[in-house]
Design a protein around this ligand. Sequence first.
Ligand code: MN
Length: 504
Amino acid sequence: MTVVYSMQHRDPRDEDLIKGTTGDWEIILGLEVHAQISSKAKLFSGASTEFGAEPNTQVSLVDAALPGMLPVINRYCVEQAVKTGLGLRAKINPYSVFDRKNYFYPDLPQGYQISQFKSPIVGEGEVVIDLAGGRSIAVGIERLHMEQDAGKSVHDLAPGNSHVDLNRSGVALMEIVSKPDMRSSDEARAYVTKLRTILRYLGTCDGNMEEGSLRADVNVSVRRPGEKLGTRCEIKNVNSIRFIGQAIEYEARRQIEILEEGGSITQETRLFDPKAGETRSMRSKEEAHDYRYFPDPDLLPLVLDQADIDRIAANLPELPDDKKARLMSEYGLSAYDATVLVGEAATADYYEAVMKSGKPGRDGKLAVNWMTSDLYGALNREGHTIETSPVSPKQLGELVDLITDGTISGRIAKDVFDSMYKTGRDPAEIVEKDGLRQVTDTGAIEAAVDAIMAANPDKVAQAKEKPALAGWFVGQVMKSTSGKANPQVVNEIIAAKLGASSDD
Ligand code: MN
């Protein structure tokens, strides 16, 4: 795999530049992703993190910040952060510190968020992203730190009143900060997609963007190619990969317009409105010193044992990049097919189960095609997932074998697949019981061809003049054999007959 190590000075690609009225512009993007740690309990309390509970039913005295309550760190959340750091090929810091980040929100009863500032638990790492045309680049990770989530203000329950739901207050988050290494909305979308895949493989975040488990703050600035970095704006809490792309496109154009008219960009925090497709100013951007960070006196510095880090490292699952390389070498897959398969661990698992359920030498490329077109088409249509697929990997593999060994044609295979999906029967049984076996017996096919030619002497004469008309006979033979005739044999016999009779 060729990976281009992306840096701030990476040469801009023409296709990434935005044409302004006064020349070209380059977009510079850095992302801060908040990923909710998969854990039954919160970061500093034993309250449940389950999604969808009645408001304020999962709030301990610590989460409500009652006076005198003390936070106690959740060891499992720490291990999840370390595991994520290792998955991002990042430096794990054995010594890190929790700080108080002071600000006022109605849904933040402490009046500060416990976060990590100067000494995060994870340092520099990287994420390799896969782009169109087989291009890959590495996006640098600046840091990963742990912090608490805030509660939620609810403004639409009663007119004139706002309510606060503290269920989410104190839930453990990982804030994963990238370097400003991305140059287009495509790259930013690919980055979040890949990061989400890695987190899901690791089991450290479920990546559910609709439920808010993964959300991105997108830092956007523009510059003339080769010039120094411009002033950036931060678009807060974008919660879908599609919206990330739209927000970037809008924001870059807004900044370019201002600059081309001789204005300047004000550093600020903005919100993306998906309905209007635009970003709007939310507040002027705070600097770090505005938050008055200081080490939380209620928490000791977090010191990790190297033995614990080693144990977590030894138990990491196979990660997407490694799985992709292995699928390519083991099954001869293209980079494209392998990338599609490793997007979800369950998809790659299904594929491997298909390949391992039969004799060695099963057609790996044909299996991918059947999975990504017919199987996924049916699953999406019927609201199933790969985990609940009515067609088992073994059955799909058997279908592939029936096509490869010529028992059925690719066309008939579609009918067999539909029947497998609906009834759960094995493909071989469907082929036998429904009499779908492909006719390759040349005698039988020849008889069918003769019958059609005898009934249509005028067409025979025409086809002898114009060989392109032979296709009509192919269609008739397929029809008279209910699609079971081997199309290749049919073609050969018809060509021979039309050719032979022209010598008469
Ligand atoms: Mn944060």
